[in-house]
Design a protein around this ligand. Structure first.
Ligand code: ATP
Ligand code: MG
Length: 265
């Protein structure tokens, strides 16, 4: 059953950890917001929720009678297990508990009217993706990878995992693609070159572009002031704004043509 009032649900996943899912989720959400869209951001990484830190807010949401009011910052509505369990204490989840937490995040939170609900997934396994797929129709998933062969190998698994749980594929995004040397302006391909595009072509899925390894992006995340909160025209935010436009386009296509699921054996 769809979530009333929520038009598009976009899950952001990867095979490997640490490739930039949360960074992409946060900046994609804020870039969509800067394009005038109504946006929510759900931190479904219940094992290591980083959204509160990256979005610069950590106060518990108000709850009454089973309904949860999402927290809001920079005009984006947020929900994260990090708001409910702050600090360094890890949570251990059994399967049914995890499923019910995901369902509550989707169904018991008053998301209101949203053009996009962006969902940041934990790395690796498909248990959260499966819970999502069983809970409501997902418009599609984005897979984040770096250009390195190990990340690409895991990205292929993630693409196939989404296909297995019947979540349409919006496309692959290559993060940390290159570094621009501060003095010379030279492009350095730290993790190799062109792997994301090649992998997307091989798997017959959309390639959503490259994002540079940009110290400003890292600082923005660590200080809770993502680059996409800066005024339009900012050079560090621009790549995320073009990503947002591509994601909008892919969502429109999925909504009109229906899912295109590719399963690779
Ligand atoms: N394009 C980028 N430029 C610079 N730093 C980046 C970029 N993308 C991500 N980072 C940094 O890399 C680190 C890992 O990123 P992030 O937490 O978004 O990855 P993740 O895939 O969500 O990790 P996890 O699998 O642990 O959830 C963070 O410190 C983040 O600021
Ligand atoms: Mg993360």
């Amino acid at each position: 059953m769809p979530i009333a009032g929520v038009r598009n649900i976009v899950a952001v996943g990867s095979g490997k950890g640490g490739v930039g899912k949360t960074t992409v989720s946060v900046n994609l959400a804020l870039a969509l917001k800067s394009l005038g869209r109504r946006v929510g951001l759900l931190d479904a990484d219940v094992y290591g929720p980083n959204i509160p830190l990256m979005m610069g807010i950590n106060r518990p949401p108000r709850a009454s009678n089973d309904r949860i009011e999402p927290v809001e910052n920079y005009g984006v509505k947020l929900m994260s297990m990090g708001f409910l369990n702050p600090g360094d204490k890890p949570l251990v989840w059994r399967g049914p508990m995890l499923h019910s937490a995901i369902q509550q995040f989707l169904r018991n939170v008053d998301w209101g009217e949203l053009d996009y609900l962006i969902i940041d997934l934990p790395p690796g396994t498909g248990d959260v993706a499966l819970s999502l797929a069983q809970s409501c129709p997902i418009t599609g998933a984005i897979v984040v990878t770096t250009p390195s062969d190990v990340s690409l190998e895991d990205a292929r698994k993630a693409v196939n995992m989404f296909a297995q749980v019947r979540i349409p594929m919006l496309g692959l995004i290559e993060n940390m693609s290159y570094l621009i040397a501060p003095k010379s302006g030279e492009r350095i391909d730290v993790f190799g070159q062109g792997g994301g595009k090649r992998t997307a072509d091989q798997m017959n899925i959309a390639f959503l572009g490259e994002l540079a390894l940009d110290p400003e992006v890292r600082i923005g995340g660590d200080t809770g002031k993502p680059v996409t909160t800066r005024p339009s025209g900012d050079e560090h935010a621009a790549p995320f704004r073009s990503l947002a436009e591509k994601v909008e386009e892919r969502c429109r296509q999925e909504q009109t043509t229906g899912p295109s699921i590719v399963v690779e054996d």
